[in-house]
Design a protein around this ligand. Sequence first.
Ligand SMILES: C[S@@+](CC[C@H](N)C(=O)[O-])C[C@H]1O[C@@H](n2cnc3c(N)ncnc32)[C@H](O)[C@@H]1O
Length: 229
Amino acid sequence: MAQQNEWDQEYKSNLLVTGSTEPQNDFKRFLKYLKKQCKVEVETLRVLDLGSGTGKNSIFLAKRGAVCTGFELSTTAIKIARKRSLESDTNSTFIQRSFGEEFHFPDNSFNLVLDIMSSNSLTEPERKIYLQEVSRVLRPGGHFFVRLLALDGDKHAETLLKTRPGTELGTYQLPDVEITERVLTEKEFRHYYEPFFDIIKLERKSGYARVSGRIFKRQYWIGYLKNKV
Ligand SMILES: C[S@@+](CC[C@H](N)C(=O)[O-])C[C@H]1O[C@@H](n2cnc3c(N)ncnc32)[C@H](O)[C@@H]1O
């Protein structure tokens, strides 16, 4: 599986991911939008959480009545997610597998898919499968929340693309953690997602990321998407 060892190592050393159990504000704002503007209650959600990490987003939703499944590469992250899920008295399912391969779910199985900082790790062939599979398992009109690293306006990414380029276009290898990231321009984001999904909102926001104890200003795409009907 792509980058499985690198991500597992990361959860053991904690140079990149935070230990937080609380979802980011961008995701909480999306949940408010679902409730207020789409009249969708959390307890009606059947959620697929791609790159579920230590489970914070799934567990947050499960505590409020959603039924959640996570796909995750890292054995260490999965163990933490399962333990946290048990401790919170919820029963999300965390499955060790790559979302860059075909999903084992029937069509229209979910009404919400999450990709919160996960698909930046995919290779180009994996990204193609991921987009097709999300569209297939998401019900028509179902919601897709995406938060991803952006290239536009990101000085750190520009430097890394020059100094530590990966083998594919738009990729670099992060120093210390050995993880390869693909950063997207707005044009690329639209090119990938628009054939499958209606883009309800696409916003670029800056934030701070910690890597190996250092803080970097980064740019993120926040996408509210809906599966085409
Ligand atoms: C930056 S972390 C974000 C975790 C989580 N979504 C969150 O918001 O806390 C990215 C996660 O995606 C996982 N990941 C990366 N590529 C993956 C793949 N192809 N299949 C499954 N998980 C993957 C990593 O192991 C990692 O846990």
